[in-house]
Design a protein around this ligand. Structure first.
Ligand code: MN
Length: 313
């Protein structure tokens, strides 16, 4: 579920994230398809590249999958990021070049850290048939871990927090006195919100910037309503946010300390400059040991060079 980042998402150039304090800034997600699954990409967008260290948010489905066909994403590389996979419905099989083979179900977290390099696939399970609905996010790794070793964690259970009209599940980070056991290399948080009709006041950290994505239903802040297919950016310097909900709603609150360094993203790589991406991509195409081997029945994904490269494609 790693959809590649292309110039349709953001120009492949260097721009720092400039968080600004503003009420609720709503941007439309970009619709794309990954095999038979419709994706709504909330981040990155031209106007908003990061929220804290979160640099990529793909809302996947809902889509119908079979035992043999679903996301069907063959082995592909990553550097400099963590993938956070979270399902609302369905099952996906993850395989990676560390030898991990892990089924993920709703309420569970798959967290893969790429560091200097890893490869993985996201496959049908061989047994699940039905709806698939979820999200994959990427976290940009900071300077001190982005060249480090790859890693994979599966968390079958995560802490939950009772809200006035629903339940929050703390996927990563700390929220309302609950802490996720998941690895975290920067100050960031993600909380799944399972809400019913009512008013919910979410406690926030003023040094963080935050955003919301709605998977089903809608949330209202003041006079603005956020629905699926959009990113709702909340900005920084908030110590709480009051939400109103009128129908059962599934949403994600995520945020963190604004990422301090400009990042450069292209395809499945998060880096700081073009030369890093050029080097990683050449090594992936050459089948170098940097990315290892994934024991997947699917074919490795190979794409042409970055848009700034001249020559063959
Ligand atoms: Mn991926």
């Amino acid at each position: 579920m790693s959809g590649p980042v292309t110039t349709a998402d953001v120009p492949a150039e260097h721009v720092a994230s400039h968080p600004e304090a503003c009420p609720l800034e709503i941007t439309e997600s970009r619709r794309t398809e990954l095999g038979s699954v419709v994706i709504r990409r909330a981040l990155p967008r031209r106007g908003r590249r990061t929220v804290g260290s979160w640099c990529f948010v793909d809302h996947l489905g809902p889509a119908a999958v079979t035992e043999e066909h679903g996301l069907d994403i063959g082995p592909h590389p990553h550097i400099g990021l963590q993938t956070v996979t979270w399902l609302l419905e369905g099952e996906v099989l993850h395989r990676d070049s560390l030898g991990s083979e892990q089924l993920i179900r709703p309420g569970q977290l798959n967290l893969m850290t790429a560091g200097h390099g890893v490869a993985h696939s996201e496959e049908a399970t061989g047994r699940y048939r039905g709806p698939l609905h979820g999200v994959q996010l990427w976290v940009a790794q900071p300077a001190d871990t982005r060249h480090g070793a790859a890693a994979f964690e599966h968390h079958p259970e995560l802490p939950q927090v009772e809200l006035t009209a629903g339940v929050g599940t703390v996927i990563v980070g700390d929220f309302a006195e609950a802490s996720s056991p998941a690895r975290r290399d920067t100050e960031h948080v993600a909380v799944h919100l399972d809400l019913r009709a009512g008013t919910i006041d979410l406690a926030l950290v003023p040094t963080f910037e935050y955003a919301l994505v709605v998977f089903e239903g809608a949330v209202t802040l003041g006079s603005r309503t956020l629905e699926p297919g959009h990113l709702g950016y909340l900005g920084t310097e908030l110590d709480h946010v009051p939400l109103r909900v009128e129908t059962p709603t599934q949403a994600l609150l995520f945020g963190g300390v604004p990422f301090p360094e400009p990042i450069l993203m292209w395809w499945n790589y998060v880096a700081r400059d073009r030369s890093e991406i050029d080097a990683a991509h050449a090594e992936w195409r050459a089948g170098s040991d940097r990315f290892g081997t994934v024991a997947s029945p699917l074919e490795r994904i190979i794409v042409g060079p970055p848009p700034w490269a001249s020559g063959e494609r």
